[in-house]
Design a protein. Structure first.
Length: 230
C-alpha cells in the first residue's frame, strides 16, 4: 500500500487532491486544522477505497509540524504533498510582523521541516509535490507577503529537486493561477469566481504527473484560466 501525506487536505485544492488520489491501494494521511471538514474528506476518500488517518496540526507552530512528521514516519512515505497555505493581502506597510512570520511558518518553514524529516527515508520512485502559485514568479500589488513566501518556496524547491535527483525522487512544482477556493473568502475586493479555475483541475494535473513512470519527472505545471490573470 502506498502512503501519501497531503497537508491542507480539509478544503480547497488539498481536498481535491485527496479525492483525486484516493484508490484502494493508497493510504492517505490527511492533514488540516478543521476536524469536521477533515472527517468529511476522510469519508469521501474511504468511499473510493482508500485508507485514511486525519492529522491535526497548526503549521504556524514549528513543534506541531515536527509532531505531524513524527505521526507519519513509521514507514517511508511514497508521496509528500506540501499544499497547505494561506494569504495575507494588504499593502506592504500594513502587514504586521506577526502576519509576516505566520506566512513564513505555514507557507515555507512547514514544507521545509516536513521534507527535512520525511524525505531522507523516501525510496527511489517517490515524489514530493509542492503547491506554489503564479505568485512564485510574479509580484502583485498588495500580495507582497504571500509572494515573498512563494518565491522563497520556489528557490528552496528548485534546489531540493537537484539534491534529490541522485536518489531518483521527483520534485513536482505546481503553479496554480486564481482557483475558486475558500482562500479568497479572506481577500477583500471584487474577485470574479466564475473566471477562476476549479480545484479539481489542479488535482487532476497532479494525478497525471504522479501517474507517469517513476523515471519521468513532469517537474513544473502551471495552470491558469484561458481568460488570463485576474
Ligand atoms: N486558490 C488559489 O487561487 C491558489 C492559487 C495558487 C496557489 N494556491 C495555493 O494552494 C494551496 C491551497 O490553497 P487553497 O486555495 O486550497 O486554500 P484553502 O481552501 O483556504 O485551503 C487551505 C488549506 O491549508 C490549511 N491551512 C491554512 N493555514 C493553516 C495553518 N496555519 N495550519 C494548518 N493548516 C493550514 C487549511 O486547513 P484548515 O482549513 O483545516 O485550517 C486548508 O486545508 C496554498 O498553498 C495556496 O497558496 C492557491
Amino acid at each position: 500500500m502506498k502512503r501519501y501525506l497531503i497537508t491542507g487536505a480539509s478544503r480547497g485544492i488539498g481536498r481535491a487532491i485527496a479525492e483525486q488520489l484516493a484508490a484502494p491501494d493508497i493510504f492517505l494521511f490527511l492533514h488540516g486544522r478543521d476536524e469536521k471538514a477533515l472527517a468529511l474528506v476522510a469519508q469521501l476518500v474511504r468511499a473510493k477505497g482508500a485508507e485514511t488517518l486525519c492529522l491535526m496540526a497548526d503549521l504556524r507552530d514549528h513543534d506541531a509540524v515536527k509532531r505531524l512528521a513524527g505521526e507519519v514516519q513509521a514507514s517511508p512515505l511514497d508521496v509528500l504533498i506540501n499544499n497547505a497555505g494561506f494569504a495575507v493581502v494588504k499593502p506592504f506597510d500594513q502587514i504586521s510582523l506577526e502576519e509576516w512570520n505566520a506566512l513564513l511558518s505555514v507557507n515555507v518553514t512547514a514544507p521545509f521541516l516536513l521534507t527535512r524529516r520525511l524525505a531522507p527515508r523516501m525510496a527511489s520512485g517517490s515524489a514530493i509535490v509542492n503547491v506554489l502559485s503564479i505568485a512564485a514568479k510574479t509580484g502583485f500589488a498588495n500580495w507582497s507577503g504571500y509572494c515573498m513566501t512563494k518565491f522563497a518556496l520556489e528557490g528552496w524547491s528548485q534546489s531540493l529537486r537537484e539534491e534529490l535527483r541522485a536518489r531518483s525522487i521527483r520534485v513536482l512544482n505546481v503553479y496554480p493561477a486564481a482557483t475558486n477556493t475558500e482562500i479568497w473568502n479572506g481577500v477583500t475586493g471584487e474577485w470574479p469566481r466564475e473566471k477562476m479555475i476549479v480545484a479539481g483541475e489542479i488535482a487532476s494535473a497532479i494525478g497525471y504527473a504522479l501517474s507517469r513512470p517513476a523515471d519521468v519527472a513532469l517537474e513544473n505545471i502551471t495552470l491558469s484560466s484561458v481568460r488570463g490573470t485576474l
